[in-house]
Design a protein around this ligand. Sequence first.
Ligand code: IVH
Length: 681
Amino acid sequence: MEVLQRIALLRAEVERHSHNYYVLDASTIPDAEYDKLFRELQALETQHPEFLTPDSPTQRVGGKVLDGFAPVRHALAMLSIRTETDTTAGGAQAFDARVRKELGLNETDAPVEYACELKFDGLAINLRYEHGVLVQAATRGDGETGEDVTQNIRTIHAIPLRLQGFTADVLEVRGEAYMSRADFERYNEQQRAHGLPTLVNPRNGAAGGIRQLDPAIAAKRLLSFFAYGLGEVRGWDMPATHSAILDALAVLGLPVCAERAVVRGTTGLVDFHQQVAAKRDALSFDIDGVVYKVNDRALQAQLGFVTREPRWAVAHKYPAEEQITLVRDIDIQVGRTGKLTPVAKLEPVFVGGTTVSNATLHNEDETRRKDVRIGDTVIVRRAGDVIPEVAAVVLEKRPANIGAPFDLFQRLQGKCPVCGSAIVREEGEADWRCSGGLFCPAQRKQALLHFAGRRALDIEGLGDKLVEQLVDGGMVATLPELYELTVEKLAALERMGEKSAQNLVEALQQSKHTTLARFIYALGIRNVGEATAKDLAKHFGKLDALMAADAERLQQVPDVGPIVAQSLLAFFAEPHNCDVVRQLRAHGMYWDEQEVQAQAAAPFGGKTFVLTGTLEAMGRDEAKERLELLGAKVSGSVSKKTDFVVAGSEAGSKLDKAIALNVAVLGETEFLELLSKHESL
Ligand code: IVH
């Protein structure tokens, strides 16, 4: 095939899959396949720079760092909309009444038709397409003149660089660039993990991202876009209604939010406002209200404008998701995994639809970075179903006699507020933790669940609800106490029949015979996952040998470094943990001690595999088991030591990392071939 033809085909394919993924939210190709197409395109363009065009999907990132943004004069002013602050049904009524009056309609006339949309909370952007190609993107600015942010807008995958089957001279599309809640949370989590500043809210994330002078940094913010209107249009026969315009934009490949409706009259508006309010928390992005627009463009023209606002549109707000309130105290909570989280105790405030009196401060570093202190006035944010958080301090309102910056260790005098064990913060970790492990009541439920888990002792029937009942009812506080449960005691519990009680006692009995690896894993030692537990069992053969090992001996085990060694030492240094082991043994728990496996006939002996994505032919557990039977080690993360990454469909960051580290990648077919080749031997 001609190179140019191949390039065109690759571009069309990459664009199609990218549109399905970013706009339609439906992946149509495994990541690995997409990456292959993308890289082939990149390679061809490098070999043939004469064929490179700015609308190629390879050209989204890669712009230069700018000194500043050039001003852009809008061909058509970017207007704002009047805001109806009455968040009750009255807001919709008032708008419909105004429209009817302006149009000279009386009670007997038919209801007016409206296009209802969401009011996205991001940054307004004008996209200019000439002959179907994106040539410029600008912010709103003062409405007359904005800033040229084309480079950064190109990094938004949802925005097409070329419109599908469209060649009109000029089409300006207006809409909102925004950051989804998930991308916002993910971004902040990563920043927190690295001890870096976090974003206050998704809107600031979007605005800051678009105003980044370095497009590579802008690309990291992961922004999205929804089209909601038009600017200058030349050479296109526009549909007669607003809703039909948005439908047409969607056909051209632009992202248009599906959450919209065409309704009639006040009741239609009120219904829409209420329906969206009920869904607001479940949306994947922030909104601060809805927008009503007279649907018929002829009527819009008749209504015209007042100053800079059209008479045919209005924004109808919802209660704010951010509020200002006072920090009365800072408490420290112990999570189910021992993580210590500072929590601001607030003067109760109504935000995001509920009264909030606690808000998370995440960890010590973040509390210090934001410099939140008792007595401060803060901005609290509660959006979606995430836990309310302190977004920022209002420094102007800080009292002169405020106390010292927050210090978690000092505050707790080094002890867990629940069990009194020492608190620790490991190097490179953002969180302080209680070192009490299964001794700490706050961590008991988690420890029991982990112990009973499928990959640990696999005690069938001992799930969430039952553990809750057992711990809250004071029947079980430690792991060994599980084995003191009797059918009578269990049958007395609510929702527990005689039969289930018997089954559980039976399952507990069975769990006593296990493997050393499972037992080590079941103890829930920090940083000791399933793979490490297996390595330890293989290496030491006997539990007593493991318990007696020093740091040096521990680090002789493959993949055990100083952190894991430290966790093991700390665990077995606690007398109450050794007690647990002793008592479990006293209850009859046993395993085959000389389990040091022979390495013979293991075709993948010494090889490390990482599984990612979804395999068609089998679940991840099965894949893992089959690999392990062949002597392979299956690890959860990709490193330079990884020998193979098996990438199923929708493989994500692990695959990226494998590619970056030049680790061999197997597709599902190759993987199955490899398995069958060795399994039959
Ligand atoms: S229409 C002539 N529709 O709200 C009407 N605006 O003041 C122009 N916004 O910052 C705007 N969602 O970016 C419109 N569905 C929507 C919107 C929307 C959010 C923003 C817009 C601007 C402000 C309007």
